[in-house]
Structure formats: C-alpha cells, structure tokens
Write a new protein. Structure first.
Length: 203
C-alpha cells in the first residue's frame, strides 16, 4: 500500500511523493514508517519554503541539522536522513537507538558521507557529503526522534555541472548548510489520523 501525493507548483512542475507502508512481505520498522508519514505531512505543509543551496559538482558540502538534545540522546535517538528526487528516496544516514545502520545507506552515497556520532550530545547532526554529483540534487530531509517526539528538518541542494573550460587550480573548499530541525506542530495528531486510516484501509 502507498500514498501518492501530487503537489503542483506555480511553475506547473509537479512533485510526486510516495509513502510506501508495506513492501512485499516485509514491514518497515515503526520509527521509519512514522518518519515517512511525517515526511508526507512536512512536504504538504511547506515543501516550497525550504532553504536552497547551489554548489558545483566534485565539491564537498556539510549539511547540519540541530535539535534539542536529552541526557541519553546518544544512546536513544532515532535519525533518518534521506534525499528525495521525484519518486526516488535515497538514504544518507539511519541511526537506531544511537547505532548506525550502515546497510540502510543507499549505494549512491556509499563512501561519500561522513558522520560524527559524538556531536549528537550537543544536538547536532553533521553530514559531510564529498565528491558531489549532479544526481545529488534534490530535497534533503532529516528526521529525529527523541523523548519529545519526532521533528523534521529540510533543505534543497542544487548541484551544477562543472564547466568544460580548464580553470586555474584552486584549493578545495567546503560549504556548510545549517538547517534547523523544527518541531512539526500537530504532527502527532496528523500521524495518528493517517495511521488509523491506513490501518482501516489495509485491514
């Protein structure tokens, strides 16, 4: 079962978001399914208001999201960060109770994402993505679940192709993008309603 949402913008472009609840005979972990439902709510509410950053391919960028930490954050936090491009979702980082689930990472980002787990104590998620490609362009979402509930942060990255003309060599540089994870008001209510409707329909 899946939800398909068609979101139209003023420029007539369309974004299709698919929330996959059940994949064949395997169920997604509850925290992943909850994040995907919150992703749907987040996209419906303010998909066009995300921070937009443009960089050139082969450069590096650091995506940073902040949240309110708890004393046991590093051992209890759930984090799910992914890139959305049309119908495709590519996972950058998946943490389950503070432990990285490396097999969840999409092959597209294999060996190109660095993450410092210790910074979770300060309420920071820093993902350094190196050797950027044009296909890395899209909407980046990072969901965090703590004792206070779920929150989601977003930013849009546009990776442009390098020019064909030879240019003077320059020192490698890195951009840092700060995206504050804002708590989604009414998220719990919205999630409860959607989960209930899904349960009734799937039953």
């Amino acid at each position: 079962m899946a939800f398909r949402i068609n979101i139209c913008f003023s420029d007539k472009q369309r974004l299709f978001v698919v929330i996959q609840l059940v994949n064949n005979n395997n169920q997604h972990p509850p925290h992943v399914m909850s994040f995907r439902i919150l992703t749907l709510i987040s996209l419906i509410s303010c998909v066009s208001g995300s921070l937009v950053v443009t960089v050139t391919q082969n450069h590096s960028i650091t995506l940073e999201w902040t949240f309110t930490p708890k004393p046991d954050t590093i051992t209890s936090v759930y984090i799910y960060c992914q890139l959305l491009t049309g119908l495709r979702a590519s996972v950058l980082l998946h943490l389950h109770e503070g432990v990285e689930v490396s097999e969840s990472q999409d092959q597209q980002f294999s060996g190109r994402v660095q993450f410092d787990r210790d910074e979770l104590r300060d309420g920071r998620i820093r993902l350094q993505v190196s050797r950027l490609r044009t296909e890395d362009s899209g909407l980046y979402l990072c969901g965090v679940r703590t004792a206070d509930g779920w929150s989601i942060g977003r930013c849009r990255l546009n990776v442009t192709a390098a020019t064909d003309r030879p240019e003077p060599e320059a020192e490698p540089w890195e951009s840092t993008v700060y995206c504050t994870v804002g708590l989604i008001a009414a998220a719990l209510l919205g999630t409860s309603v959607i989960l209930y409707l899904c349960f009734v329909q799937y039953k």
